[in-house]
Ligand binder design. Structure first.
Ligand code: ZN
Ligand code: ZN
Length: 299
C-alpha cells in the first residue's frame, strides 16, 4: 500500500489537500489518506466489476427465480455501500502496519536468488494459504453462535447477483478478507503482486456471485465457481471454499453443484417457464414439485 500512498501523496494530497507543514510520514496523516484511498478503491472496484458482470455475464433470467427477492439488486448495493466504510476501518489498521514497515513485502525481484521463481511460487502459495483460511473462517461463521449475527446478512440473497459479492456484515467481510491481509506478515510477497492480488481477489469474489455456472471441463474438479457458491447460498452447509474445492473435499462439505446436474436455479427458471407455457395443456407445476423445497433450505 505504500506505493499507492506515495502516488496519492505526490499527485494529490501533498500539493492540493494537506498543509505543507504536515510531513508525509506522520502516522495520523497516513491513516487518513489510507482510509480515503481504501474506501475509494473498494467502491471503484466493486461498482466497475460488478456492473460489468451484471450487464455482460449475469443471466438475468435468474431474477425470475421465486427466491430472488423484490428489489434485490438495489438492496444488495445499499448493503455494500453501507458496510464498506465500516469494513475499511480494521482493514486500514492492517494497511498502516504494512506501510510502517512491519510486513514482509518487498520491492525488487532481485532481492532473492530465484527472484522470478519466488514471485510465481508466492502467488500460488498465497492462493492456497488464503483459500484454506477463508474456508475455515467461513465455516466458523456458520456456527450457530455467530451465524445469525454476523453471516446471515450475506445469506439473505439465496440467488445472488454480482452486487451481492460484498454485501456482508462489516465484521464478516473483514474476517473473510483477513487471510489476504495477514499473508504478507508471514511470507515474503512482492508489493506489486500484493496490489495485483487485491484486484484479483475482488474480481473473484464478484465472479462467484455472477450466475455464470460454467467451469472449463478440465478444471471442474478443482475450481470453486459461481455454481458452487450459489448452491452455498441456497443450501448453507456445502461449498464454503473460495477458489478451490480442495478444503470442501477434505472437510467433507463438498457437493457437486446442482447446476452441473442440470438441476440448478437457472434450470428451475427455464423449466418453470416451459411448464407455464405448457400449462394450457393442464400438466403445469410438475417441476414446481421437483425443485421447490427439495433444492433449497431456509434457516
Ligand atoms: Zn456469497
Ligand atoms: Zn456462508
Amino acid at each position: 500500500m505504500d506505493l499507492v500512498l506515495s502516488i496519492a501523496d505526490y499527485y494529490f494530497f501533498t500539493p492540493y489537500i494537506y498543509p505543507a507543514t504536515w510531513p508525509e510520514d506522520t502516522i495520523f496523516r497516513q491513516a487518513i489518506t489510507l482510509l480515503i484511498v481504501t474506501n475509494l478503491g473498494a467502491y471503484i472496484l466493486y461498482f466497475f466489476f460488478a456492473t460489468l458482470s451484471y450487464y455482460f455475464v449475469y443471466d438475468h433470467l435468474l431474477m425470475k427465480h421465486p427466491q430472488f427477492l423484490k428489489n434485490q439488486v438495489s438492496r444488495e448495493i445499499t448493503h455494500c455501500v453501507q458496510s464498506m466504510p465500516w469494513m475499511s476501518i480494521p482493514t486500514v489498521s492492517l494497511f498502516l502496519l504494512e506501510v510502517r514497515g512491519y510486513s514482509k513485502l518487498y520491492d525488487g525481484v532481485g532481492e532473492f536468488p530465484y527472484g522470478w521463481f519466488q514471485l510465481v511460487a508466492s502467488v500460488l502459495s498465497f492462493l492456497f494459504f488464503t483459500d484454506m483460511l477463508i474456508y475455515w473462517i467461513h465455516r466458523g461463521l456458520h456456527h450457530r453462535l455467530v451465524y445469525k449475527r454476523l453471516h446471515k446478512p450475506h445469506h439473505i440473497w439465496k440467488i445472488p447477483s454480482p452486487f451481492a459479492s460484498h454485501a456482508f456484515h462489516p465484521l464478516d467481510g473483514f474476517l473473510q478478507s483477513l487471510p489476504y491481509h495477514i499473508y504478507p506478515f508471514i511470507f515474503p510477497l512482492h508489493k506489486v503482486v500484493y496490489l495485483g492480488l487485491y484486484i484479483l481477489v475482488n474480481i473473484w469474489t464478484i465472479s462467484i456471485h455472477n450466475g455464470d455456472f460454467r467451469v472449463p471441463q478440465l478444471l471442474k474438479p478443482f475450481i470453486n465457481g459461481s455454481a458452487h457458491h450459489t448452491d452455498h447460498h441456497m443450501l448453507f452447509d456445502y461449498n464454503y471454499g473460495q477458489y478451490f474445492t480442495l478444503w470442501d473435499r477434505i472437510g467433507g462439505s463438498f457437493r457437486n453443484p446442482s447446476s452441473f446436474e442440470r438441476n440448478g436455479p437457472l434450470n428451475y427458471v427455464k423449466n418453470m417457464a416451459e411448464e407455464k407455457h405448457n400449462s394450457h395443456g393442464g400438466n403445469g407445476y410438475k417441476n414446481e414439485k421437483l425443485f421447490n423445497g427439495e433444492c433449497t433450505k431456509t434457516y
